[in-house]
Design a protein around this ligand. Structure first.
Ligand code: SF4
Length: 331
């Protein structure tokens, strides 16, 4: 979901493509052109030889096992850390990532096979670590729902991270799963500024819908919280803006609300900087100072104050270059 996971991706590439005897990665991939509410999307249906990935724990995320049913995400967040995973597949990290969604159509069967008691020790599984498990494609394929059904049946703990209230479709299933095992649903809400939201996450449902989803899930007894992320320097990280999100999280009854600053790894950084130059050109120099050759912002000093943050030290009003009202594509 955010630009903060550092995991090897190669295991996800061990695919047999849907179709007979593939001769190349996508030559025999079944391509499905989206219609109706999915117009503009292309679904690339593949079969995965494995669905549970074991990943290295990092200081950012304490999970070890993940499931990702989809590659690419039509939520189209400009800062999405997962974009380079499309590059591995020979697809572009820009529009291809937003529009060509790889669908592991056998995800549910694979989950059932890999979590069979004789193979699996019941480790917690994280979903949403790469792309959004409740992105629009889930409305068509219902793979996340199928995986959740298997995990609930097995009383296997899991977590979900999403930006979509589509998760409410499965609220009763999630409530049942939460009665049987440790289950957490997290939403990412980096801003409540409508202008920033439309510009930076043009395919996502409104952040207030996500907070409403937190409230509803909490009402069903499902542990739910918010990653206040990513905070975009000079755009959505002003104390006033962050405080507004934190207050809204509290009002929604969130179990937790954790601010996370933007990080920009190679590939994503170039993509983000192109967007920044178009939307907030006055901040380009500031970002070069902030990130330089780094992916992460400097850590705060022991006193709790960041050592160098030009955006904070010399705050400039952000000046959108070209307002694009109505860009948001809601579910
Ligand atoms: S919602 Fe989709 S595009 Fe946005 S950060 Fe998450 S995976 Fe990336």
């Amino acid at each position: 979901m955010f630009g903060i996971v550092d995991v090897p991706m190669t295991s996800d590439l061990r695919w047999t493509l849907a179709g007979d005897k593939p001769t190349g990665l996508f030559e025999t991939c079944r391509q499905v052109v989206g219609k109706g509410r999915y117009r503009g999307l292309t679904f690339l249906e593949v079969e995965s030889k494995t669905i549970i990935n074991r990943v290295a724990k990092t200081r950012y995320f304490p999970f070890e096992y993940t499931i990702n049913c989809y590659r690419g995400c039509s939520h189209a967040c400009v800062y999405c850390f997962a974009r380079p995973s499309h590059d591995y597949l020979g697809l572009g990290i820009g529009e291809d990532f937003d529009r060509k969604i790889v669908v592991k159509v056998n995800a549910v069967e694979m989950t059932r096979a890999q979590t069979a008691p004789r193979h699996w020790a019941g480790h917690s599984i994280a979903m949403g670590t790469n792309t959004d498990p409740y992105q629009p494609a889930e409305g068509k394929y219902r793979l996340t729902r199928g995986v959740v059904e298997v995990l609930a049946e097995r009383a296997n703990p899991f977590s979900l991270l999403t930006k979509s209230p589509l998760v409410l479709r499965d609220r009763h299933l999630l409530a049942e799963a939460a009665r049987r095992a440790e289950v957490t649903v997290s939403f990412s809400v980096g801003t409540l500024d409508t202008d920033v939201w439309k510009r930076s996450e043009p395919g996502t449902p409104h952040p207030r819908q996500r907070l409403e989803a937190v409230r509803k899930l909490k009402g069903l007894g499902i542990p739910s919280g918010v990653l206040v992320a990513p905070l975009l320097p000079g755009i959505s990280d002003a104390p006033r803006q962050v405080a507004e999100v934190m207050r809204a999280c509290r009002d929604a009854g969130a179990d937790f609300a954790a601010p996370i600053r933007l990080h920009l790894r190679p590939g994503v950084k170039e993509h983000y900087m192109e967007w920044l130059a178009e939307e907030f050109p006055d901040l380009v120099g500031t970002y070069h100072q902030l990130y330089g050759n780094r992916s992460y912002l400097p850590r705060p000093s022991p006193s709790g104050r960041r050592k160098s943050n030009p955006a904070r030290q010399s705050p400039k009003p952000r000046t959108p270059a070209s307002p694009k009202n109505g860009q948001g594509r809601l579910l």
